[in-house]
Design a protein around this ligand. Structure first.
Ligand code: SF4
Ligand code: SF4
Length: 140
């Protein structure tokens, strides 16, 4: 069975320079789509990838990454929208690059489609009501 999954990978500084994408393609026969990369040799690295391939290959790859010390999070779990806090001002829908946050007309209410979110985090700063959060921020 084929699988397609958007994931966030957090790399400890000790492994950040390893060629993970090359290994995912060569050793696990996966297709890799890079959604966002934030790599700094001295700090924790962050990669947002969409992986697709056969389910057994995908599972083997995830196990291998975990063994390397990589933390893996589901992209859908990264950003949350607190509807109760939201005032539907629309500020986030203007800057959201993926269309995950949209202002519906004529109702003029904001909706959040987490499956479109690429975790750019622009909405976190733009929201005056602090209705957008990352799970990491919530855990602090
Ligand atoms: S994190 Fe980026 S893509 Fe996701 S909802 Fe916020 S602005 Fe849109
Ligand atoms: S910026 Fe915040 S308050 Fe305004 S519509 Fe977006 S989530 Fe709601």
């Amino acid at each position: 069975m084929a699988i397609k999954q958007k994931l966030v990978f957090r790399f400890p500084p000790s492994v950040v320079e390893q060629p993970f994408i090359y290994r995912l393609v060569r050793d696990f026969d996966l297709m890799v789509n890079i959604l966002r990369a934030d790599i700094n040799p001295d700090k924790e690295g962050r990669l947002m990838l969409e992986l697709s391939g056969s389910e057994p290959d995908y599972r083997r790859a995830i196990e291998w990454l975990k063994q390397q010390g990589v933390r893996i999070l589901n992209l859908k779990q990264q950003i949350t929208w607190n509807e109760d806090r939201c005032t539907h001002c629309g500020a986030c829908s203007v800057i959201c690059p993926s269309g995950a946050l949209e202002l519906s007309r004529p109702a003029m209410t904001v909706t959040f489609d987490e499956s479109k979110c690429i975790v750019c985090e622009l909405c976190l700063k733009a929201c005056p009501a602090r209705a957008m959060k990352t799970l990491l921020e919530q855990a602090r």
